[in-house]
Ligand binder design. Structure first.
Ligand SMILES: [Zn+2]
Length: 375
């Protein structure tokens, strides 16, 4: 009995250590780089440290604004401090949010000098980062299980982002994930993030990149038909769950005149004369365009995979093209399509539909990413 209790103690200790470790993981978010000025304040005051030796340089009173400039290889703030040290930390008293200009952020800030300017980096606990990111990626009225699935996607993204930037993990724009601090949080989203705290998605034991998009239109796409690479869990799956009446651009129609297509190509430096035809030459098993040819009076231009969508700025890669002449005799192309976004991985509207039908976030993730495990 003693032995059993002892091993249970060890087991619980281990579980606690693992989950606490995951919860405590920090994300460094690059908010701005190449700047020579930044402004901070804190409701309960701020402590400014040199981040190399850990010396306190200045203590700001509650609400006091500290304007920091790059100065002589280091930093200075008028009448407050100056230091030749190339790295500063801005830490809030009693963990209140820090205002960077007028926007509140959780965690703490670090300013890193690189050459004549510096980078503003926000260090924030993973879950606190997700509170903000999720609100920019999915509407907070989406059902909780869909929000939890999205939280795992965003968490895996941040954990797999190694090497996208030097000096920090992720930037705060669409290049990585849009992050806006405390003002883009909401109670529903915080609850969803907390519910899956410490959990991530894995394939064959490895952390995986989980892609997502708005609407599939009926089936997701194999990554090889979009970006050319292959992946065992980024394959095409049927998507019967999207609510066609609600999902953004479940079906859509765009009409482009011959001249509009010519000008879209010209924007990309492609000149093939007056456009006479647009044809989808090859489709994927799911139904998306795999090869598209645009024919003009002075040549033709063929694109493959994702370029079938982006070359004409369409909502998705799944469409048919129907040429006709309008009443004025202008050659037009009616493009009838399905879905919104690249089509690889999880459909956000499909996640909405699955959650509304009672599926859990694990059901949602394992449907869109076959073979992964969440733990
Ligand atoms: Zn980025």
């Amino acid at each position: 009995m003693k032995r059993l209790l002892f091993s249970m103690f060890l087991l619980f200790g281990l579980i606690f250590a693992v989950s606490a470790g995951a919860e405590e993981s920090m994300v460094s978010v690059g908010l701005e780089s190449g700047v020579s000025y930044a402004s901070f304040s804190g409701e309960n005051g701020l402590d400014i440290y040199d981040a190399v030796y850990g010396d306190l340089l200045y203590h700001a009173a509650p609400g006091e604004v500290v304007d920091i400039y790059s100065y002589d290889g280091g930093f200075a703030s008028d009448g407050k401090f100056s230091t030749p040290i190339s790295m500063l930390s801005v830490i809030s008293v009693e963990r209140a949010p820090i205002n960077w200009y007028s926007e509140p952020y959780r965690g703490y800030f670090r300013l890193d000098r690189i050459g004549g300017a510096f980078t503003v980096v926000n260090f924030v606990h993973m879950d606190n980062y997700l509170y903000s990111v999720l609100g920019k990626e999915m509407s907070d009225y989406f059902p909780g299980e869909a929000l939890k699935a999205q939280a795992i996607c965003a968490k895996n993204f941040a954990l797999c982002a190694n090497g996208r930037h030097s000096g920090y993990d992720v930037c705060a724009t669409t290049h990585c994930q849009v992050y806006g601090g405390v003002n883009s949080e909401s109670p529903n989203i915080r609850a969803a993030v907390d519910a899956v705290s410490g959990q991530t998605a894995h394939y064959a034991g490895d952390l995986v990149q989980l892609y997502f998009f708005a609407t599939s239109g009926g089936a997701t796409e194999d990554i090889s038909n979009v970006w050319g690479s292959t992946s065992p869990y980024l394959i095409s799956v049927p998507d019967p769950y999207e609510p066609a009446e609600k999902a953004s651009r479940y079906t859509w129609t765009t009409v482009l005149t011959s001249w509009e297509i010519q000008s879209k190509l010209a924007d990309k430096g492609i000149y093939i004369g007056e456009i006479t035809n647009v044809t989808v030459d090859e489709v994927t098993p799911a139904g998306r365009a795999l090869t598209l040819t645009i024919t003009g009076t002075e040549g033709s231009h063929t694109v493959r995979r994702e370029s079938c969508r982006t070359v004409l700025g369409l909502s998705s890669q799944w469409f048919t093209v129907n040429p006709y002449y309008d009443e004025a005799g202008t050659l037009c192309f009616a493009i009838d399509g399905r879905g919104y976004g690249h089509g690889v991985g999880m459909s956000q509207w499909g996640a909405y539909g699955m959650a509304m039908q009672g599926y859990s976030y694990v059901d949602i993730l394992t449907h869109y990413f076959p073979g992964i495990s969440v733990y």
